[in-house]
Design a protein around this ligand. Sequence first.
Ligand code: ATP
Length: 234
Amino acid sequence: MKLGILGGTFDPIHLGHLRSAEEIGQHLALEKVYLIPSSLPPHKAEIPVTPFHHRLAMTRLGTHCSRLLETTDLEGNRPGFSYSIETLQELHQVFGPGQDLFFIVGMDAFLEIKTWRNYKNLFDYAHFVILSRAGCRNFGLEAIFSDLHIRGSETGSGKIFVAPSGKSITLITSTPMEISSTNIRNMVKEGRSIHFLVPETVRAYIIEKGLYLNDDPHGKSKIMPCNHSRKKGR
Ligand code: ATP
């Protein structure tokens, strides 16, 4: 079975996340794509993030209408920061080594991979699918591939990349949708419409719960690093 994983802060989930996950799932013939909201995102430790239960609820609302997409609260059950390596290890255990996991990540996030915990070991557990995002160039990608000993080779249907573990790395472009959660939060704060940027159910949830209205919202919690030696990363 081939399963996709898309982790994110999802603060809030938007149509860019959902459309990309759906397209990649279909393109790679994945059985399911699991969206995994990060409970305590380590790379956003210095900025306020909406409490996990709201982000989880919105992600569930977003994936509800697709048979391919599903939300899991895997990271909500783990204490401390939500490191991708731990999520992959847990999924590897849950599904067993016979499953092919495809870790989907935006180019912007992948270009910071050297800040992720145990980044070299990530490729022991999953194939990677790197998604081009509107406005994000891939400057630095070659150096990262070289550091990770990822080799590219030409095939009849294009270039494929393989890590020393044998896991593949695929570069994909989905329908470009220049949407970001940051912009959505700012638009709500400024009283502007977010129609057609998020699913209607998510928009209704944001209004009902009064999310993103100001910088110190009922609902937001400042997440602080547990020790000062911790490095930024996922
Ligand atoms: P923020 O603006 O708060 O940083 P974001 O919109 O980038 O949030 P995240 O939850 O951080 O959303 O993203 C989760 C994953 O989805 C990341 O791998 C990111 O690169 C990818 N992603 C985010 N927005 C888009 C988009 N519009 N199209 C494709 N991929 C996206």
